[in-house]
Write a protein that binds this ligand. Structure first.
Ligand SMILES: [Zn+2]
Length: 170
């Protein structure tokens, strides 16, 4: 495993790579611990927190295994989620140096809608915002469209088409 859990400059713990990663290569397959259900909810006493979950476009809440649950968000991410056949992969957006933190733009892999305050420190940081591709400003939607999880595209075809139509008129 070339992924390592370390203290993050962004927030709490983060996931770092112990080797260089080539642009457009698969960084890892994301494993889950289990699906969170009403019958089997998160157990905070066991350290299971809502921010350790992936909110899949089909409405399932997936408790991510370690270290994947510690991927931090960045407004300038170096990876994106690619879900196919319900298997989740992380793919590198750019070359990633050894010892760099691995980050995702959470809005490219869900439509959660939760409001939160980002402190990623990037010059394009969205600060206080709602999580979800539909809530991004239009220029950013177009910039990150190639990195949108195909599971989102398949689950929200009308919303995605609206973005394209809007750009056509711009
Ligand atoms: Zn940010």
């Amino acid at each position: 495993m070339s992924l390592e859990l370390r203290d993050s400059n962004i927030n709490g713990k983060g996931v770092f790579t112990t080797k260089t990663i080539r642009k457009h290569s698969v960084v890892c397959k994301v494993e889950i611990t289990r699906t969170v259900t009403k019958e089997h909810p998160l157990d905070p006493a066991q350290g299971e927190m809502y921010y350790h979950c992936h909110y899949a476009p089909d409405g399932e809440t997936l408790l991510l295994a370690e270290p994947y649950r510690y991927f931090n968000h960045s407004c300038r991410p170096n990876m994106f989620y690619y879900t196919v056949n319900k298997a989740m992969y992380c793919i590198a957006i750019c070359d990633i140096a050894k010892n760099e933190e691995l980050t995702l733009e959470y809005s490219l892999c869900n439509m959660f809608g939760k409001e939160w305050e980002c402190r990623c420190g990037e010059d394009n940081c969205r600060g206080h915002h709602r999580c979800g591709f539909a809530f991004m400003e239009h220029s950013r939607q177009m910039e990150y469209l190639p990195y949108l999880d195909p599971f989102i595209v398949a689950s929200y075809p009308e919303e995605i088409q609206k973005v394209l139509e809007k750009n056509l008129l711009a």
